[in-house]
Design a protein around this ligand. Structure first.
Ligand code: WT7
Length: 689
């Protein structure tokens, strides 16, 4: 991602850059990353439990096999999928960095996730215990899923959607979201799920970029006891706006699930109800058999610059990674486990560890629509108690929120069914890890801290339960078959005890295949910083035992509650507001969300109607960001300033603004074009301007 940094245009004509300026263009040195100070001194370690090891899906032998021959290892993993036609070649890397895995094999993702279980006599197994926020529930077996995906597949075909077409899915966390994704896969269409927390403008951007033919949405979703509108946002997204003159040209239909029953505007011809289109369809549909490299989905994620990137994943390689990692990291015993991943299907975690991985492995899962505090702060623990959840996968930001609410809340529920806990999304601080282990896991459950990315498709670094020791705050070791390493500026592996940049040195089956419509950006973004290596954008430390500690992003990507956001994207939105002359955004450490968005704005001298009061300006701009990107991007703080610090080449020095946002003494200012700027900012803030 370092290379995206070089793309950012300089606002100010550059003087000849000094060597210090050049340094500012580089990723932040992870050794100086201050947010996770406590990781450096953490010494606790927990040995794998013998009781767990006796039955674990993973074994030490796993690492040995992969080391001896990683291609054979992946071949074996791929063979666990059901193939219509077997592959003969494992990896074709001749067109690097675009890999082809198992490319002459033929299969279907939905057949693997659903049909095979019915065919092999597991149709009566429960696939989902669905829990709606208002308390409605559904018990859905694999046979029920089979019926629902076939009807939905026929419904999509009846709307003229076919193999290779793109379908945008903008749904709440309800069974239809899973059905819609699998129905797309079933007919060979490519789904692009857009998280329900994104705005109409963000949805439109994604629809246009992928040229989606169909949008699947709902009237609304349930959120904290009220009805969150979705269909109105789709209507707004498809209509002309300042950013997008003209209607979304690619969209032929909007397929609407009735979830809340709230009144909904209707555009005849374009809008159709799910119950009218899907329900009457025959529950028979032969899957569309596709090549292993056929695109399964596109998922948009923030890069370091510009518009979000549409990352796309293959079918055979992606599913291999999803199913295999799910089996060994979560130790799933499909006959007895009840698995719950609390992520939303709108993120990669939901794609890989709700829809594809667990379903291919025949898991019984919990799917919950709502928030953890509706109607009370023990809702999640109540669900674990009620369904006897055994494996639970969530994010550090959620754990820290529960810590804040107090342990008496989970203590009020019987969590003794749990046997394994997982964490994902951001580095987990040792305190949160220890709390999770003690309060939720009753000191008996191994914790798997899983590092991966939308790009990697599946887990890359994680302990294996029963096999690997765990340390609070460390993701421990690369998965078998994954060549992860920490390197210095020159790409040389660091020694134990040192920090550097996380890289992956060999291709892996579930790696992204590219950025939708932009092959050059793919190579440039991930493969240019270090020759022939995938650069993840994260800083990491190798400890003296060789175990890995992830230290957060080293680029301009922020991680807010495990959601990826880009500083420049929010800056662009702020600057588009008529009051704003300039904006600088940083991710500041936050006790609950990991990082929080903090914006510094300079108000235009000539703007009309600007309130005198900084708080009123901040409120209006926060609403503006919410509307343009979505609630998840709303800045925690917006500070009105007279200047932002820049290098002589015109690049914003976010490091210094982070110091201000985190109330730290401001660091080295020698590369500033104007060294008085920081004093002006601090004085302004102190005087409450
Ligand atoms: C970024 C990827 C992959 C699922 C969710 C996020 C950070 C993710 C961990 C972890 C430390 C982590 C990294 C990564 N991250 N998991 N266990 N420890 N950091 O996916 O939105 O693609 O974000 O999340 O910084 O680069 P994503």
């Amino acid at each position: 991602m370092a290379n995206d940094v070089h793309e950012s245009p300089s606002a100010v004509p550059a003087e000849s850059p000094s060597s210090n300026d050049v340094r500012e263009d580089r990723p932040h040195d992870p050794r100086h990353h201050v947010t996770l100070e406590n990781l450096h001194t953490e010494r606790r370690s927990f040995a794998p439990l013998a009781s767990f090891a006796a039955h674990s899906n993973a074994t030490l032998f796993e690492y040995k096999k992969a080391e001896a021959d990683s291609l054979e290892y992946w071949k074996e993993a791929a063979r666990r999928l059901v193939w219509k036609e077997e592959f003969s070649e494992i990896l074709d890397w001749s067109d690097a960095p675009v890999a082809r895995w198992f490319h002459d094999g033929v299969l279907n993702a939905c057949d693997n996730a659903v049909d095979r279980h019915v065919r092999e006599g597991r149709g009566d197994r429960i696939a989902f215990h669905f829990v709606g926020e208002p308390g409605d529930t559904q018990t859905i077996t694999y046979s029920d899923m089979h019926e629902r995906v076939q009807k939905a597949a026929n419904g999509l075909l009846s709307l003229g959607v076919g193999k290779g077409d793109r379908v945008a899915i903008y749904l709440p966390q309800i069974p239809e979201a899973v059905v819609a994704m699998l129905a797309c896969a079933r007919i060979g269409a490519i789904h692009s799920v857009v998280f329900g927390g994104f705005s109409a403008a963000s949805l439109r951007q994604r629809i246009d970029d992928a040229e989606a033919k169909l949008v699947i949405t709902a009237d609304g979703g349930n959120r904290r006891g009220s009805h969150l509108p979705l269909k109105p946002l789709v209507d707004e997204a498809l209509a002309p706006s300042i950013a997008h003159p003209g209607f979304a040209a690619s969209v032929e239909h909007v397929l609407v699930v009735k979830r809340t029953g709230q009144p909904t505007e209707w555009t005849d011809e374009r809008d159709v109800w799910w119950h009218d289109v899907v329900d009457p369809q025959p529950a028979e549909h032969e899957p569309e058999w596709v090549d292993a490299e056929h695109p399964l989905f596109i998922l948009y994620t923030s890069g370091t610059t510009g518009a979000p990137k549409g990352l796309w994943h293959s079918t055979g390689g992606y599913l291999t990674g999803a199913a295999h990692t799910h089996r060994i990291v979560f130790d799933l015993k499909p006959e007895t486990d009840v698995y719950w991943c609390s992520a939303d299907v709108g993120w990669i975690t939901g794609h890989t560890y709700i829809v594809y991985g667990p379903m291919i492995n025949g898991a019984t899962q919990v799917l919950y629509e709502g928030t953890p505090d509706t109607p009370h702060q023990g809702r999640w623990w109540e669900i674990i108690q009620e369904y006897g959840v055994t494996i639970f996968y969530t994010a550090p930001t959620a754990i820290r929120t529960f810590m804040k609410w107090g342990e008496s809340i989970p203590d009020g529920f019987d969590l003794s069914s749990l046997r394994l806990l997982g964490s994902v999304g951001e580095p987990i601080n040792p305190e949160a890890w220890m709390w999770y282990r003690r309060v939720i896991g009753g000191e008996r459950c191994p914790i798997v801290d899983t590092w991966w990315q939308t790009e990697t498709g599946s887990i890359m670094i994680s302990p294996l339960p029963g096999v690997t020791a765990t340390k609070p705050g460390s993701a421990m070791t690369a998965m078998p078959g994954i060549a992860a390493d920490v390197v210095d500026d020159e790409g040389r592996p660091v020694r134990g005890g040192e920090g550097g940049y996380l890289v992956i040195k060999e291709p892996w089956p579930s790696m992204l295949r590219g950025i939708w419509g932009d092959r050059a950006r793919f190579a440039r973004t991930y493969w240019n910083r270090f020759d022939g290596m995938y650069f993840a954008g994260d800083g990491a430390k190798k400890d003296i035992d060789g175990d890995l500690w992830l230290l957060g992003r080293v680029d301009d990507v922020m991680n807010v509650s495990g959601h990826r956001l880009t500083t420049t994207e929010i800056e662009h939105v702020l600057v588009a507001h008529p009051w704003v002359a300039e904006a600088a955004v940083v991710g500041a450490t936050d006790a609950i969300t990991g990082q929080a968005v903090v914006a510094f704005v300079i108000v235009r001298g000539d703007a009309e109607g600007v309130p005198d009061d900084g708080a009123a300006i901040a409120d209006a701009l926060r609403t503006h960001v919410r509307k343009e990107i979505g609630p998840l991007a709303k800045p925690r703080d917006i500070l009105v300033v007279s200047e932002v610090p820049k290098t002589r080449s015109g690049k914003i020095m976010r490091r210094l603004l982070r110091d201000v946002a985190e109330n730290r003494p401001v660091g080295d200012v020698t590369t500033l074009a104007d060294s008085s700027v920081m004093d002006a900012i601090k004085d302004g803030l102190a005087s409450g301007k």
